[in-house]
Design a binder for this molecule. Structure first.
Ligand code: TYD
Length: 206
């Protein structure tokens, strides 16, 4: 049982890297489960719509934080803990660190207060390993501009918000040096994948 999370600003390439690692685990015959936040339970998907839809523009910071935590609590209880208990590896696209950075730092609620809330919501489940993909905000914006889909409520936040998010991930990397591995998201996807695989091999002994 090993819990790996993928973090970074929008367009940092984290979801692509999660998929590449999932393929590698599949080829190696490892049993794993991959999930994303917010969502992947019926309640979580309903909360995702509330959080990301443009219709709740004036959402209070704590209301937002509690909704992310509620979706997370359900996902941990229904999916992540049972999968880990059955001996699976679990890969998750965003987790607690997203709340620490987006709500704790960028929204200004404080890392410790958001951490406390999330520790209660998840029964203290922290990842064993977290990859953070760093990308400067300008590159993130130009990748976003090339995408077909419209922007969600968080993506529509001003540049300054996203700068705080990127800086926040660097702060977290210093706070959790054992758990968090930072990788330059501007490198070629294949090179990044090599680093991710190397780190998993080292930590999991596979
Ligand atoms: P999503 O479409 O999943 O974005 P991405 O592909 O970048 O992961 O939308 C999730 C958005 O919600 C994303 O902009 C980050 C934000 N978010 C928070 O603000 N706090 C959180 O705890 C989580 C999990 C996500």
């Amino acid at each position: 049982m090993f819990f790996i999370t993928f973090e970074g600003i929008d367009q940092s390439g984290k979801s692509t890297q999660l998929d590449l690692l999932a393929h590698a685990f599949q080829s190696a015959g490892l049993s794993f489960l991959s999930v994303r936040e917010p969502g992947d339970t019926a309640l979580g998907e309903a909360i995702r719509k509330l959080l990301l839809g443009p219709e709740h523009g004036g959402m209070d910071r704590w209301a937002e934080t509690l909704l992310y935590a509620a979706a997370r609590a359900q996902l941990v209880a229904d999916v992540i803990r049972p999968a880990l208990a059955e001996g699976n590896l679990v890969l998750c696209d965003r987790y607690i660190d997203s709340s620490l950075v987006y709500q704790g730092i960028a929204r200004g609620l404080g890392v410790e207060r958001v951490l406390d809330l999330n520790m209660s919501a998840t029964g203290g489940l922290m990842p064993d390993l977290t990859f953070v993909f760093h990308l400067d905000v300008e590159s993130s914006r130009s990748r976003l501009a090339g995408r077909q889909a419209g922007r969600d409520r968080i993506e529509s936040e001003p540049l300054e918000f996203h700068r705080l998010v990127e800086a926040g991930y660097r702060q977290l990397e210093e706070k959790y040096p054992e758990r968090i591995v930072g990788i330059d998201g501007s490198l070629a996807a294949s090179e990044i994948h090599g680093r991710v695989l190397g780190e998993c091999r080292r930590r999991l002994g596979i």
